[in-house]
Design a binder for this molecule. Structure first.
Ligand code: MN
Length: 233
């Protein structure tokens, strides 16, 4: 949600597995397994494709300016695969504006092989998609990554957002990240906004976007379509 206007700005695509016998299986269970077995390449391609197609539908049914965006998490194995090629194919196929697709990568992914990551991230950047640094502040948080790599967006980890208000020091961290991001001309998404107090503090601090349960529970694509219908226009 765009915190200055209160408008719905976009979604983060997260995978769920509705198993016919075992019910809902948490991604915490199957994503690490997919990483280990290598299935993450196909799984990641599936998520990316599904997210882009859903986004194309939402953009067509609910045109707005700027267009609604979707953010997709990318794993390190995917980054080593031909991700830029796959992304540009997908952009052509779905005809979504490239800047409405955001790819989220974590610090640890960048750290694994910084040179390789730099090459792939700049190839991705050339396709016109936006790049987000996910879970900012939880890893090694090398501030130099923000300058070294072509990120457009920083996502402040929910642990900092949820601690806001309870402790002055934690507020200071969110404030500092916002200042840093503004100086580097990066958009900021605060994760884990769970109540109106957090939303209001972030808005007062000038944070661009907020995401979290305060704005909505996780939804499947059809539910998201209804949600957008209720929250736009
Ligand atoms: Mn994410």
């Amino acid at each position: 949600v765009d915190l200055s206007s209160g408008r719905l700005a976009g979604f983060e695509a997260l995978i769920r597995w509705q198993h016919p016998e075992r019910g809902m299986i948490s991604p915490d269970e199957f994503v690490p397994l997919a990483e280990r077995t290598g299935l993450i390449i196909e799984l990641g391609a599936f998520v990316l494709e599904r997210a882009a197609h859903d986004l194309a539908t939402w953009q067509k049914d609910f045109p707005q300016e700027p267009p609604m965006f979707s953010s997709v998490n990318v794993s390190s194995r995917q980054l080593l695969d031909d991700l830029p090629g796959a992304v540009s194919d997908l952009l052509q196929k779905t005809e979504i504006p490239p800047s409405s697709l955001r790819l989220e990568v974590t610090e640890s992914l960048v750290m694994d092989d910084p040179e390789r990551a730099a090459a792939i991230l700049s190839a991705l950047k050339k396709t016109g998609v936006k790049l987000a640094l996910d879970d900012f502040g939880t890893g090694y948080s090398s501030l130099s990554y923000l300058q070294q790599f072509p990120f457009d967006v920083v996502k402040i980890d929910k642990s900092f957002v949820q601690a806001m208000g309870s402790d002055g020091d934690q507020d200071a961290i969110v404030r500092s990240v916002l200042t840093l991001a503004q100086d580097l001309k990066l958009d900021v998404v605060a994760e884990g906004v769970e109540d109106d107090a957090a939303r209001a503090s972030l808005q007062a601090l000038g944070c661009t976007y907020g995401q979290g349960y305060f704005f909505g529970q996780p939804l499947d694509a059809d539910e998201a379509h209804d949600f957008i219908a209720r929250h736009t226009g």
